[in-house]
Design a protein around this ligand. Structure first.
Ligand SMILES: [Zn+2]
Length: 127
């Protein structure tokens, strides 16, 4: 598969302000666009990042794709927790329908390829 590794923010100005050392971003033009990938192993139950959509222009959250069978889920404190062991190189995902986020692309065809994929993510299906 031809994937191009790109930094989340090309000029690197704000790289140090978020924990990007734990993640990297891949862009795949044929599939889902950009995605957030683990740059290290995370054990089940480990915190990935905090729910934060606003602090920086580009946050890990902005780059995390939806999955109907995600490997992350936000807990009560707004921390994204690994639902299972995540290996370096795995894509980080969470279920957008469980965690409404601002400016979420609510109507899109899901291509997560999981067994329980609902196929189409829309406002209607979440209520
Ligand atoms: Zn899906």
């Amino acid at each position: 598969m031809d994937k191009t590794l790109k930094q989340a923010n090309g000029d690197g100005r704000r790289m140090q302000l978020v924990h990007w050392k734990d993640f990297y971003v891949l862009e795949d033009r044929d599939l889902k666009g950009r995605g957030l990938f683990a740059a290290k192993n995370f054990a089940k139950g480990e915190s990935l990042y905090v729910f934060d959509y606003w602090s920086e222009e580009i946050m890990p959250m902005h780059l995390t794709n939806h999955s109907c069978d995600p490997n992350g889920r936000f807990d009560d404190r707004g921390m994204l927790i690994a639902l299972r062991d995540i290996e370096k190189g795995d894509e980080i995902t969470f279920n957008y329908l469980l965690h409404p986020i601002p400016a979420s692309p609510w109507n899109f065809e899901c291509r997560c390829n999981s067994q329980n994929c609902i196929g189409w993510i829309s406002v209607e299906s979440s209520y």
